[in-house]
Write a protein that binds this ligand. Structure first.
Ligand SMILES: [Cu+2]
Length: 135
């Protein structure tokens, strides 16, 4: 029985090495920008890297971090986010986020948007985010 289970495990490796939780975005307007947030959970032993996010909602999508320099707060593009093996990473207001620039349409409270996340190990992952105001 155990041999059979091991065999099945090889044939069908668990798909959700990466789990995305609580995906949400801020309501915004056409031509403006907004941010997408979610929690990444890495169930695998190996570290993984998020390096690209695609969306039909915006003309440009970038991974951003928030930084402070003295009294000044700003945000800037980063090339990737690393999630440790058996670790998690939270994108949230005031920290890392996915920046959606030049929105192609209004995003209203309750609207849903689809995104494709690209990970080095886990590959492509499709997620749905709901628009809501920050809690
Ligand atoms: Cu930003």
């Amino acid at each position: 029985m155990n041999i059979l289970l091991a065999f099945l495990f090889i044939l069908f490796p668990p798909e959700d090495q990466i789990k995305i939780k609580d995906a949400w975005m801020r309501p915004s307007s056409e031509k403006m920008a907004t941010a997408l947030y979610f929690v990444i959970e890495n169930k695998s032993e190996t570290a993984d890297t998020l390096f690209q996010v695609d969306s039909d909602l915006a003309e440009r999508v970038e991974i951003h971090e928030t930084y402070s320099e003295g009294e000044m707060m700003g945000m800037r593009k980063v090339d990737f986010i690393v999630i440790d093996g058996q670790g998690s990473f939270e994108l949230k207001p005031g920290a890392h986020h996915i920046m959606l620039m030049k929105l192609k349409k209004n995003i209203n409270d309750g609207d849903k948007g689809e995104f494709v996340l690209h990970f080095k190990q886990a590959g492509e992952l499709k997620i749905t985010a709901t628009a809501r105001k920050p809690k």
